[in-house]
Design a protein around this ligand. Structure first.
Ligand SMILES: Cc1cc2nc3c(=O)[nH]c(=O)nc-3n(C[C@H](O)[C@H](O)[C@H](O)COP(=O)(O)OP(=O)(O)OC[C@H]3O[C@@H](n4cnc5c(N)ncnc54)[C@H](O)[C@@H]3O)c2cc1C
Length: 416
């Protein structure tokens, strides 16, 4: 046994070395690690680090998965487990009106074409379970820990975990969410602003079937979305000014339900809460650069968009598909997956889509969360015109699907 007076050799434990280290086992990190492992098998060493994998939120948060995202999940083997829990969206209606209007006029409507739903709704928890299952089947190594240090060298980057463990990799992927520690450690600034809106989110039970219909009501305070879930349940994303949202959350349950009924209306019968009610500030922010030496930012670590169009995770899965494709191409040629050329190609492929989608969603939100009468009339006219123009509708649907020509292979359902 050692006594305190004996000299102690202070040796730092050696770093473990990987080809790729992914920080963050949220949907983006899990999907990326699975896609690369599936394509490369034993030809790549990859690890996923997260302080608390499988964090659950009690069937509150939901995601709308565009067809391109669904194809990616099918490809990496996560869709089979999720499909029985996912609700297809068969139609989407966009209406404009005021909270107490008995009937709100439908301005624009999209219907599923053939057997391809417009999107699928799923609980975020179920998506993460399906992705964790796929990653485990593929043998992705997971390490419990939080990345708290980053040093990029010429051939490798070294990530230090909070407990002091050091991990080295040729490519570090920051999939550590909107408050990405790695983005800060790499000194990458973000641009954006708070939208002065809070999204109130809850799961609602109703008496009648929703028939797979999603609705977006543009109310003066902001958009109010009703998104169908399996069974007689819908998810709501209810936008209000932050002070109004706080006042609503402070109400007794029956008073909150009455406020909800004004917005949801009683078309699906009596409503009740099927989850807790939570509020999220809506911000709009993206990283000035998506890359740094030996580092790529992925999904929410690179951009956070308004939940208006439910595109947050879809944009993130588009990053996943693009980065996985570049990285696998390099690895197959025996080249370095984290070199400057690979990272630059990823940034070129993703930045325009992300910045244009982010600005588009912010602009839509500003135009619709506005009660100025002439603007209201103009936007309603614009929506009705789009509704009658089949090519314009097809273009909007293809854009939302995210799997058009030029899209990365995984989004088109093709192998890497
Ligand atoms: C109210 C609301 C509604 C939304 N609705 C939709 C919708 O309908 N459709 C849609 O597509 N998107 C939606 N989104 C957005 C969507 O939830 C996010 O885009 C998605 O969760 C991002 O996934 P991610 O993997 O990038 O990050 P996250 O899901 O945030 O995961 C990040 C992971 O990183 C881990 N981590 C954190 N710090 C560290 C660290 N230092 N080291 C290692 N790991 C770390 C965390 O534990 C976590 O597991 C919504 C978001 C909100 C807030």
């Amino acid at each position: 046994m050692m006594t305190p007076s004996e000299p102690v050799a202070l040796q730092k434990p050696a770093s473990r070395v990987f080809d790729i280290l992914v920080a963050g086992a949220g949907p983006a990190g899990l999907a990326f690690a699975s896609a690369v492992t599936q394509a490369m098998g034993r030809g790549v060493s990859i690890a996923l680090v997260d302080p608390r994998p499988k964090q659950r939120d009690g069937r509150l948060r939901t995601v709308a998965l565009a067809p391109g995202s669904r194809r990616l999940l099918e490809r990496i083997g996560a869709w089979e487990a999720l499909a029985p829990q996912a609700q297809p969206i068969l139609s989407m209606s966009i209406a404009d009106g005021r909270v107490r209007d008995a009937v709100r006029l439908e301005q624009l409507r999209f219907d599923a074409q053939g057997d391809e739903p417009l999107a699928h709704m799923a609980f975020n928890d179920d998506l993460c379970d399906a992705l964790s299952g796929a990653a485990a089947r593929l043998g992705v190594e997971t390490i419990t820990g939080a990345a708290s240090g980053l040093a990029a060298g010429r051939d490798m980057a070294e990530v230090t975990l909070e407990g002091g463990e050091r991990l080295k990799a040729r490519l570090v992927v920051a999939a550590d969410g909107a408050r990405s520690a790695l983005r800060e450690l790499a000194d990458i600034a973000t641009v954006g602003w708070d939208t002065a809106m809070t999204a109130i989110v809850a799961t609602i039970a109703h008496e009648r079937d929703h028939a797979g219909r999603a609705e977006q009501h543009f109310l003066p305070a902001g958009p109010f979305a009703i998104l169908p879930l399996r069974g007689r349940f819908s998810s709501i994303v209810w936008n209000e000014a932050p002070a109004d949202a706080q006042a609503l959350l402070a109400l007794a349950e029956e008073d909150l339900l009455r406020e909800l009924e004004y917005r949801f209306t009683l078309k699906l019968g009596a409503l009740s809460l099927a989850s807790r009610v939570a509020a999220f500030p809506c911000s709009f922010r993206f990283a000035r650069r998506f890359i740094a030496p030996r580092l790529a930012l992925l999904a929410d670590a690179a951009h956070v968009v308004h939940p208006l169009a439910g595109q947050g995770l879809n944009l993130g899965l588009r990053d996943v598909a693009a980065l996985a494709e570049f990285v696998v191409e390099r690895l197959r040629l025996g080249l370095d997956p984290g070199d400057a050329a690979t990272l630059a190609a990823y940034q070129r492929a993703r930045r325009f889509d992300v910045v244009s989608s982010s600005f588009g969603m912010d602009a839509l939100n500003r135009i619709f969360a506005n009660d100025f009468e002439p603007l209201r009339a103009a936007r309603d006219f614009g929506l009705r015109v789009v509704d009658r123009l089949a090519p314009a509708k097809r273009m909007l649907m293809a854009e939302a699907a995210g799997d058009g020509r030029g899209a990365p292979r995984l989004l088109r359902g093709e192998p890497l």
